[in-house]
Design a protein around this ligand. Structure first.
Ligand SMILES: Cc1cc2nc3c(=O)[nH]c(=O)nc-3n(C[C@H](O)[C@H](O)[C@H](O)COP(=O)(O)OP(=O)(O)OC[C@H]3O[C@@H](n4cnc5c(N)ncnc54)[C@H](O)[C@@H]3O)c2cc1C
Ligand SMILES: NC(=O)c1ccc[n+]([C@@H]2O[C@H](COP(=O)([O-])OP(=O)(O)OC[C@H]3O[C@@H](n4cnc5c(N)ncnc54)[C@H](O)[C@@H]3O)[C@@H](O)[C@H]2O)c1
Length: 442
């Protein structure tokens, strides 16, 4: 049967775009998008977040140098900061769309839903594809409580024209902590409501305990073991009702996770199964309908839902459609919370390593007094390395420090190359630099 396209991709984010560019020139490809071309990361995720973060971190670094030669107060001008951000984000949707069009990739604006495993309905018209890739990402969870319509999301935060005086976040994961840090550094009073006492679950508690203290010292008011039970309107602000107290705020942001964007896709029509965590796929990223693949944040998977992972899966599925046979295998996946300072980890976790002391050596160095971090006045900096005792290879690392994302990248490279400690020392980093400390970590 002749289809309209060889491959149709639903979603023009990092995953869908990587798949499209992997197929371009070899196939007739269509990408369908129903919101901003480019998806979450460049429009209302990683990129604008890190632009705001970079500026507030410069302020914090200036404050840390308060005893080291810098005088005078530094303040954040929120509207100017937003205008800086828009200088980047305003160009993303148009630039992304033009890039696709000029590469010969067809585009269609609208919401896609399945009619069957080869047919989608978009804007009341049907379009068919030999292969279809679901790359629809994830969307903020809104807690199901009374007054939930009053919640704003990370997307709203990253476009606030003015910074409200007093705000709150529900959740203490990546989104809440990164945005709470930006807000408090920019001058807002900030509350974080968390239903248990866990900050950034999945990271070692020894590191998150230090981060909790750092963020509290900046003025973030943590409400641990507190469940938000409702939100009501109060003048121009809101009252956040919890099982403990009522808190009056200018606004409240839901940051309680990001479920897969599958509502409205009509997956049943194509026989595709999904769990509460997303579309179910096999180790070739095929759904229950073998010509339909799923990639990125929309999948039910154990890998972290991050931009580089979506891109990796997009490139993998493109190669599979073009004939590659191998099952997907992931390299070590580093991840960083830009929390002021950054908390980053890669590879075997501290929890796994400490549960298997015969297999792993875990070594934590408090490096705040070392030259690299003393120079930056980053007094709480910590680096943990995990070594596989059997072959002396680095298999995991955690960094809590200024610019941790750079050092974790270096650790990630060492782990990916399966280097022993001796091999990893056989190179010459610039001195002084964070990498010049590597030889002392293990
Ligand atoms: C505030 C925030 C900060 C983040 N920071 C980082 C970070 O620092 N580093 C990092 O690696 N990751 C970060 N992430 C996560 C990162 O943004 C995602 O992992 C990444 O965007 C996932 O890419 P994706 O292509 O799978 O999905 P998305 O980028 O979400 O793209 C999916 C696209 O599909 C479209 N779509 C959905 N349904 C349909 C439909 N029915 N029809 C047509 N189109 C549809 C959507 O509009 C969207 O454009 C952050 C996320 C947030 C929210
Ligand atoms: N720097 C980065 O790489 C980065 C930044 C932002 C987001 N992300 C990605 O986006 C994903 C989603 O981020 P997130 O912060 O929304 O999710 P998350 O899973 O990191 O954190 C969710 C938080 O909400 C809490 N929570 C869950 N259900 C709740 C409920 N009903 N009521 C109150 N609290 C509840 C959880 O305990 C947790 O603290 C991340 O896991 C990550 O994959 C990455």
């Amino acid at each position: 049967m002749a289809y309209d396209y060889d491959t149709i991709i639903i979603g023009g984010g990092p995953g869908g775009l990587a798949a499209a560019y992997g197929l371009v020139g070899k196939q007739k490809v269509l990408v369908i998008e129903n919101n901003l071309w480019g998806g979450t990361c460049p429009n209302f995720g990683c990129d604008p977040k890190k632009m705001l973060y970079g500026v507030v971190e410069s302020k914090r670094q200036t404050q840390r140098y308060g005893q080291s030669g810098i005088t005078g107060a530094v303040n954040i001008d929120w509207p100017a900061l937003m205008s800086f951000k828009r200088g980047y984000t305003d160009k993303i949707p148009g630039g992304t769309h033009d890039g696709l069009a000029s590469s010969g990739i067809a585009t269609l604006f609208g919401s896609a839903e399945f009619v069957d495993a080869h047919t989608l309905r978009v804007n009341n018209k049907q379009v068919t594809g030999d292969a279809i890739i679901i790359a629809t990402g994830a969307t903020p969870a809104i807690p199901n409580v009374l007054g939930k319509a009053h919640f704003q999301t990370s997307t709203d935060f990253l476009s606030l024209p003015e910074l409200p005086h007093e705000i709150g976040f529900v959740g203490a994961g990546y989104v809440a902590i990164e945005l709470a840090n930006i807000a408090v550094e920019a001058g807002a009073k900030v509350h974080v409501f968390q239903h248990n006492d866990k900050l950034l679950r999945g990271f070692p508690e020894a590191d998150t305990a230090v981060l909790k203290e750092t963020l509290a010292a900046k003025g973030i008011q943590f409400h641990w073991n507190t469940t938000v039970t409702g939100v009501s309107e109060a003048g121009s602000g809101v009252i956040v009702h919890t099982d403990d107290e009522d808190v009056a705020l200018d606004t409240i942001f839901a940051a309680a996770g990001r479920p897969a964007n599958i509502a409205g896709l009509n997956l049943d029509a194509a026989g595709i199964s999904a769990s509460a965590k997303g579309v179910e796929v096999n180790d070739h990223l095929q759904t229950a309908a073998s010509n339909v693949y799923a990639i990125g944040d929309v999948i039910d998977k154990k890998q972290p839902k991050l931009t580089p992972v979506s891109g990796y899966e997009g490139r993998y599925v493109a190669a599979s459609i073009l004939g590659q046979q191998a099952a997907i295998s992931y390299p070590p996946i580093p991840h960083t919370v830009f929390a002021g300072p950054e908390l980053a980890q890669v590879g075997v976790t501290v929890a796994t390593a400490t549960a298997h002391p015969d297999d792993y050596d875990v070594r934590t160095s408090s490096v705040g007094s070392w030259y690299t971090y003393n120079r930056l006045q980053d007094k709480t900096a910590r680096v943990t390395t995990i070594i596989d005792k059997a072959n002396q290879q680095l298999v995991g690392a955690v960094v809590l420090a200024v610019n941790a994302e750079e050092l974790i990248n270096t650790f990630s490279g060492i782990i990916s190359r399966h280097e022993t400690a001796a091999e990893a020392k056989d190179w010459m980093p610039v001195y002084p630099s964070a990498e010049s400390d590597l030889q002392y970590f293990y």
